[in-house]
Design a protein around this ligand. Structure first.
Ligand code: ZN
Ligand code: FE
Ligand code: FE
Ligand code: ZN
Length: 266
């Protein structure tokens, strides 16, 4: 099978993944991938913001490690990127990160639905108890819409992340997608089709089939991501992801180079 590029890959540096870029690149080459991109969790201004990202003083080393992987694996196209947390008020910080290195793309993700609750954090799963799932999902999609409207990103990461633990609103919620999809269309964003959801309690790719169909109707392009946190996860479940996106109508995905987007047949 001819795999599309895997654009969502982490490294040991974020404190909850294993392996250096060269090891992920070796795994990708073994699978026959032709292109990958590293998108590790970006640093925050304060290193004690949380415990699941690289420190600010590691950012240059991260970039150097990705360049080392390029040198050791010339048979692969290796993109340099970050997965950046979007929180309201952090726009200037993100703009500063964007200027530091020649990124090929930036993935904007919402994990924090309040200033202190990273909604996908297993250590904070208890915070779901006693809350209306629709309220949590609504907070998430309001922030995701702001992330899209910020114009800071190229790709939006795992766009229905609140389903991670399999906790869904009891009433219809697809209306929450619409303002986000409109903002994503206006700002020419791609959607990260992210197979990590298959490895979580929800057992479903992010985003799900209905979301993806709505994204296709809006003309939003896609990228593919394993969200690998270990070299063995590179390209994980890409056959399922291809089946999913074809079912929604997609015939192309996109690649990025120096933040310019190119369409590629799937
Ligand atoms: Zn992670
Ligand atoms: Fe993420
Ligand atoms: Fe990620
Ligand atoms: Zn992720």
């Amino acid at each position: 099978m001819n795999f599309p590029a895997d654009y969502h890959i982490h490294t040991w540096m974020c404190q909850h993944a294993t392996g250096k870029p060269v090891e992920y690149a070796a795994a990708a080459a073994r699978l026959g991938l032709r292109e990958i991109g590293f998108s590790d969790h970006s640093p925050m201004a304060r290193d004690d913001f949380d415990n699941w990202r690289m420190r600010l003083d590691q950012l240059d080393e991260y970039v150097e490690d990705v360049r080392e992987a390029r040198r050791r694996h010339p048979e692969l196209s290796i993109r340099l990127a970050l997965e950046i947390d979007y929180l309201p008020g952090f726009e200037d910080w993100i703009r500063g990160l964007a200027r530091r290195h020649p990124w090929d793309y930036l993935i904007g993700s919402v994990h924090y639905i309040t200033d202190t609750w990273d909604v996908d954090n297993p250590a904070k799963k208890a915070q779901w108890q006693g809350r209306d799932p629709l309220e949590v999902w609504t907070l998430y999609f309001e922030r995701l819409t702001r992330a899209a409207a910020s114009g800071l990103f190229d790709i939006i990461g795992h766009p229905d992340l609140p389903k991670k633990f399999g906790i869904y609103p009891s009433t219809s919620y697809t209306h929450l997608y619409r303002p986000f999809l409109a903002a994503a269309r206006e700002h020419k964003l791609a959607i990260d089709v992210n197979t990590a959801g298959l490895r979580k309690e929800c057992r479903e790719i992010y985003p799900g089939p209905e979301f993806l169909k709505m994204a296709w109707e809006q003309g939003l392009p896609i990228t593919f991501g394993s969200d690998a946190h270990a070299p063995g996860e590179v390209g994980a479940n890409f056959a399922e992801a291809i089946t999913l996106v074809r079912g929604a109508g997609y015939t192309h995905y996109c690649r990025f180079e120096e933040r310019r987007r190119h369409l590629e047949p799937i």
